[in-house]
Write a protein that binds this ligand. Structure first.
Ligand SMILES: Cc1cc2nc3c(=O)[nH]c(=O)nc-3n(C[C@H](O)[C@H](O)[C@H](O)COP(=O)(O)OP(=O)(O)OC[C@H]3O[C@@H](n4cnc5c(N)ncnc54)[C@H](O)[C@@H]3O)c2cc1C
Ligand code: SF4
Ligand code: SF4
Length: 444
């Protein structure tokens, strides 16, 4: 048997796509190394309050997958770990494939031409493990910790102790510690920890692995609100993004699940959703992020459930809610107090009375209208992580930064790393990616 057939797969990114690709490949009999930059698996889905189409808590789908991970001795899960170097393992090499004009190639790796064969030699960097595997998640350290940091899980909208569980259903269930926030000389957590699980002197370490194929499942980040100052993004406190709205509505969020205006902590009486905020716009993201329309409709339902008297306007250019999600559109459109308005919002500013004024172009007549709201939610798009952090492999990327497979180099892309899509599509895509990687990893 070709020795390479036995080489493990490397999956980078443990969101829903990466975890799916890893367990599918493992259940097909291949060893997998699953590398995740954060301290727990799950990716961005876990930051949602509920997820469509069924509007169930996002932990439901993830719990099934973490159980599959727990049951699978073939998957080695490495959290707080990144890929820092990759070299195509030696085998006869041909010239590097020319990069088409419309694609960008990520950081160069050696010998990745078609038919090069061989796997990849990969350097993994383990970020310092200030809290070790001995942690039992008892919480004693958090209770004594004097330092507070903005909570990354809540997008900085609340403060948490420097040592804490990263989020309620975190897996692995282990605390994390932001060393940079510790006052000099403090070791209160070390003294409080009954398990001896805290090592304030931990250092980074490297490890080299040989893998047969690589799946990039590095997902996305939200388009920064600050890049939309004309819509009040980063300037007006009551202009928030769709991802912030998910955290405001979530019981584990900064307000305990109450949808409140950031400026005064009061429930909003009029909410405006601005669709395609920075998407399908050559000055920002030229593409449609595919899920933002449905995400806003879902958020209208959060408001309806919690604040039934609140008036809601959704400004859109085109409504995109394909397939069975059409049902949600019909449901939202029929709600009292909710208006779906075909109009492009060009400006959001403070009006005289403490509310927000929206300047809207009526798309059909071209007339300019003014509307008012006291909370504005910008439906910002998804930016592929590969656009900002290309990984040290020879992945091709399209003009928007989404990744493309290079099967001949045993490189496969999965989930939103490939295209903007929802969870169901990411899972389907990841299952296909696992199959492609299993085959590509056997080539010689
Ligand atoms: C506002 C909003 C609401 C949404 N609501 C829904 C919904 O209700 N239903 C639905 O189906 N979809 C929804 N989506 C879409 C959904 O979030 C995506 O489909 C899903 O996150 C895709 O999963 P993924 O695994 O591809 O990416 P991600 O969730 O982004 O996971 C990628 C993982 O890779 C890790 N990673 C990144 N770079 C590296 C690196 N260099 N090294 C190691 N690890 C790395 C990240 O830390 C992360 O854990 C919503 C999207 C938005 C914007
Ligand atoms: S050492 Fe750091 S994490 Fe530990 S208690 Fe002190 S401030 Fe908190
Ligand atoms: S680090 Fe120690 S004190 Fe903190 S939760 Fe883990 S076991 Fe408990």
């Amino acid at each position: 048997m070709n020795p390479q057939a036995a080489q493990p797969l490397l999956v980078v990114g443990a969101g829903i796509a990466g975890v799916t690709a890893a367990v599918e490949a493992a259940e097909a009999g291949r060893d997998v190394v699953l590398v995740e930059r954060d301290s727990a698996v799950g990716g961005r889905v876990l930051r949602n309050h509920k997820y469509f189409p069924k509007l169930c808590p996002p932990s439901c789908g993830m719990e099934i997958n973490t159980r599959r991970l727990e049951r699978s001795p073939r998957v080695r899960v490495l959290t707080r770990c990144v890929v820092t170097k990759a070299t195509k393992a030696t085998k006869a090499t041909k010239a590097t494939k020319a990069t088409p004009a419309t694609t960008a190639t990520s950081a160069p790796a050696t010998a990745h031409g078609p038919g090069a064969g061989g796997g990849w030699q990969v350097t993994l960097t383990h970020l310092p493990a200030y809290v070790t595997e001995a942690c039992t998640a008892c919480g004693a350290c958090s209770e004594v910790c004097p330092a507070k940091v903005p909570d990354p899980f809540n997008l900085g909208m609340s403060q948490v102790p420097a040592v804490r569980l990263p989020f309620p259903n975190a897996w692995p269930r282990r605390f994390v510690l932001d060393r940079a926030a510790c006052p000099p000389g403090c070791k209160a957590c070390v003294d409080a920890c009954p398990a001896g699980a805290i090592d304030l002197d931990a250092v980074e370490r490297e490890e080299t692995v040989e893998v047969g194929a690589v799946v990039a499942a590095t997902g996305w980040s939200p388009y920064p609100l600050e890049k939309l100052p004309e819509l009040g993004g980063g300037v007006l406190p009551d202009v928030i993004s769709n991802v912030q709205m998910e955290r405001l509505a979530a019981p584990s969020g900064p307000t305990g699940g109450k949808i409140l205006r950031p400026s005064d902590g009061r429930p909003p009486a009029r909410v405006a959703f601005v669709q395609c905020a920075g998407s399908r716009d050559v000055n920002h993201l030229p593409y449609c992020s595919a899920v933002c329309c449905l995400a806003s409709l879902k958020q209208v339902l959060y408001l309806r459930e919690q604040l039934p008297e609140t008036k809601v306007d959704v400004y859109y250019i085109d409504r995109r809610s394909p397939g069975r999600n059409e049902e949600m559109l019909t449901r939202v459109a029929s709600l009292d107090g909710v208006r779906l308005i075909k109009g492009k919002v060009g400006k959001v500013e403070r009006d005289g009375g403490g509310a927000l004024a929206l300047r809207v172009e009526d798309v059909e007549s071209g007339r300019l209208l003014t509307a008012s709201a006291d909370l504005v939610v910008l439906a910002t798009g998804m930016v592929p992580a590969l656009a900002q952090d290309p990984l040290p492999f020879a992945f091709e990327r399209d003009e928007d930064g989404f990744g493309r497979d290079r099967i001949e180099s045993a490189l496969v892309v999965a989930g939103v790393a490939r295209r903007a899509e929802d969870v169901a599509a990411s899972v389907r895509d990841a299952t296909g990616a696992a199959a492609k990687a299993l085959v590509a990893g056997r080539r010689d």
